[in-house]
Design a protein around this ligand. Sequence first.
Ligand code: GLV
Ligand code: MN
Ligand code: MN
Length: 451
Amino acid sequence: MAEAPPRLDLTAEDTTPPPSEALAATPASPREEPLPDAARLASLLQRLSEIAGDGQAAVNRISFTPDEREAHATLARWMAEAGLQVETDAFGNTWGTRPGRRADLPPIGFGSHLDSVPQGGRFDGAVGVVAGVEALRMLDAAGIQTEHPLRLIAFVCEEGARFGEACLGSKAVVGLLEPGDLQRLRDAHGVTLASAMQSLGLDPRQLPSVRWEPRALAAFLELHIEQGRLLENEGKAIGLVEAVAGNTRLRISLHGRADHSGGTPMHLRKDALAAAAEIVLGVERLANEPRRRTTVATVGRLDVSPNSITTVPARVTFYVDVRDVDGDRQRAAAQDVLALAQQVAARRDVALEAELVGDSSPVVLPLWLRHLTRDVCQRLDVPYRVLNSGAGHDAAILARALPAAMLFVPSHQGLSHCPEEWTSISDIAVGVRVLYHSILALDRALTEQAA
Ligand code: GLV
Ligand code: MN
Ligand code: MN
């Protein structure tokens, strides 16, 4: 699928008009099939990648920071210029609504997120949002008004990298986030989610107002990069997601004793980092056990104190991220990680504190909606395959409350959560085309059902 090297300069062949003009493109005849405009997609992605990014590769658009808000404000501007009714809720989620012919029908939603992990890529989340902008522009170009209203949504704080727990914006709208969580969740600097919100002018006390009514959306579609290598390896353009893995996250702190690295004999040490190292390797070994099948487990962050060359490490805090598409295996593996950590800590005589920072179950997305997107791929003659997602997604959270589907586009070499993350604009354009037709197919199917 990928036809160019990963370091594509998105601006290289960009003849795109600014979004205001782009979104106000001249309507085509309703019978003419509008196609995604690759240059316009590249331009929108480029603009987002310049917010807290170097515009070339890495982005640091961390959740609940002014950078994430700037990305939401940029999207809000694009949507307002396209004539959508734009709203931002008290948690910071942003959406724009295009009226349908039938105001009595709930909107069909689509979109993704605009935050990134530290040193993340330009495509994770952003692709689904710009795809939505472009799909709406195509509808305008074709002069189509759907029966259902349409709603492009950017959820806040999808990445669990900052607060440990992921998909907070979508959890808030379906009622999976409690006021107490805003105090409980804190980042590696001890900043609580509540105070991060306050520093951006968002009022944590308004959390209950963020919750949607049941069936606030008729359905939700999320286009996303695969973040794996199946599509590219098999030459498929679209992945239709069957199940989205869940995750269990632990924060483990080990308290040993700071000592002189020269003066302290080996047998008298309480080295918290040596204990952590043993646990990290144990986590890897455990996840590799054949009986665990689809389990993956990662220690991606480790904070050492005092972090000095000449001091035996006194304290280490690290995070374990256990994921699986099987919830029982996921929880069993997290339990086993905890037991292993306790054994190692006891043997090495270091104190252990463990906290569950997040726990989300795997989700199987509804078959009928996957079939609808499959039929679209078949009709458009777009090669597809059904797959599972190892990464978490807002669509999986929404799926607890309403029908949701995910469309994946290929990730070059499967790389993601890194600056090398890359998907060609032409692959994204195929995704937009499938998204566009899926929205229309869904509008037809749900209208028939409602009749
Ligand atoms: C989101 O990208 C995740 O970490 O699954
Ligand atoms: Mn994502
Ligand atoms: Mn991500």
